[in-house]
Ligand binder design. Sequence first.
Ligand code: ATP
Length: 659
Amino acid sequence: MTQAQAKRFQFDRQLWHRFVETAQPYFYPVGQKQTRVFLILILALMVVVVALTLFLSMGLTLWATAIFPDFFAKSGKGLVDGVQSLINSPAPWIGLGALAIAGAVFVSQRQKLQQRWLQWLLLGILLSLLFIVNGLNVILSFVFRFIDTALNGKDGEVFWQFLWIYGIVIVVAIPIIVAYRYLRQKLGVLWREWLTEHFLGRYFKGRSYYRLDSNSAYTLIDNPDQRITQDIQSFTGVTLDFLLDILDSILTLISFTAILYSISQTLMWGLIGYATFGTVAAIAIGTRLIRINYEQLRLEANFRYGLVRVRDNAESIAFYRGERLERKQVTERLLGAIRNFNLLIIWQALISLFQLGYNYFTRLIPYIIIAPLYLAGDLDFGAIAQASLAFGMVLSALSLVTNQIQNITEFAASINRLGEFYDALNGPGNDRESSSNAMVDHITTHLGPTVSLDNVTLSPPHSSRVLVRDLSLAVDTGNHLLIMGPSGSGKSSLLRAIAGLWDSGQGIIERPELADLLFLPQRPYMILGTLREQLIYPSSQSIADDDFLLGTLKRVNLSDLAERFGGLDSLENWSSVLSLGEQQRIALARVFINQPRYAILDEATSALDVDNEADLYHALTDLGTTFISVGHRPTLRNFHRQCLEVQAEGRWQLSSIQK
Ligand SMILES: Nc1ncnc2c1ncn2[C@@H]1O[C@H](COP(=O)(O)OP(=O)(O)OP(=O)(O)O)[C@@H](O)[C@H]1O
């Protein structure tokens, strides 16, 4: 593994940048220095939530005191006094000031936050619910303390009173907790939908899906499908989980550390030291897991793709009776995933060993420290249980990283996969730059009224082999060109260069906008959709009425097709229910329907009989479309005006065809 590769699997700045690049856009535009503003906005949101919760809890306490004055006078005196002194302190004014500042921060960013208010609102509600759940936990810790102490002191009245309070708190808490969980998932789903669209937009823009060449041995981006599906889903879900868990831990720390501090300072400081040690150790062990998790995601995706290929090529495999080899290949992919998984569970076991030791051992500590205080009469009985509860809460808050290290490393792996993908999608030619071909010049494409090539030398990607050297030709309107030559000489490659798919080499290609050209590739491509969508492809909206579509089917000799399958809106797996010749005729029908200025036909009639082929070429000539065809049959010469013969080692010969 190179040093650069090893760097992909560390907790470092690059991982942080990748995380921010992927996570931020849903909430705030990404760009230079924008992350700071984004973090300030999160802080402002927290300030709003804290201030509102402060006012809410003060208001609720005053309201409850007015309704149950006797109870609060007897049992809740401390709380009422606390709230009264809070009201008389500068806290409410500070709260109001903080609210105003936080509000101003949001207002100042309103333009950049356009269409992003829903996510901020949901995040705000989630944070508020989180605060409330935390507050309820603190109340419960006191309720139990009073229950235990009342039991120990045999005070029946107080005992029953607090049992009632417990019941009431639970009735309030359950719907809040359920709403909190629901909203957390809801925000995750909305975010996933947005982020997936965001990636899909880039994946299809500038033909990135082709440029990434994800099935090639040179690719940096394997299995984009898995990155767009599984990686994004886990990214959004886990980011929210972690964000809220971290905030929850901070709140728990603030509320329960105060309780713990009031019971025993030694216990609190010891705990903080212990948790710091645990976190550092967990990160050190966990770093190794990032790479293993990354590999696991890749190998699982390879395995799944192996099976998808079998499904897509079922008929060819069945003809060849290639089951044994296919099964062997799929099994090898499975074994690759299993081997890595075995490594993963060994490391997980090692981490569990550390985590369990860490967690079990600490359970004893509060008793060891608190019991002597109780036995000496310095603490009431309920304080022991409260101290253990507070200790447990603070410990779990401080041990977030230690306890979640496996999930964190899985998360880091998916951040890396998404980050790499994002970089590759955003930087045109990023992957090409890293290839050995980086020094080779590129063919330049200009827009012009007709197709012409000027001194074009063309090579396949990642190769120094020359397919054609210094080729110049012009295909003016109506001056149809036929390209011939031995198999593998570079005929289809020339078409790829005209389409802008390949640009390794030199020279200039002039062509109209791609929207004015229609390429029919060598292997007919049938989309997933209805017969109508099939015919109008690559247009996505209806560009012709039913009569025209049925007339075109007749023109390409498929007049019974619509009837055979139940109309233009019938849905089939067209690539398996149509013969190759029928698929080629559907592809030609697309030329009649879309009526491009140039049709580029790569052996597009190779599966048709000679008469059918002649009919279709005559119809194409009548249409007024200029065509460039690649083919082997000598009869094709009858329909073209010039012929390019591609020969070995980059040589070629251009001649006009005399009628
Ligand atoms: N993605 C690729 N990377 C590297 N080389 C490629 C790639 N695709 C095709 N080639 C090579 O480029 C050469 C030209 O391929 P091309 O498809 O243009 O041949 P062709 O003349 O159209 O052949 P045929 O008549 O058999 O369709 C072939 O030797 C092929 O192996």
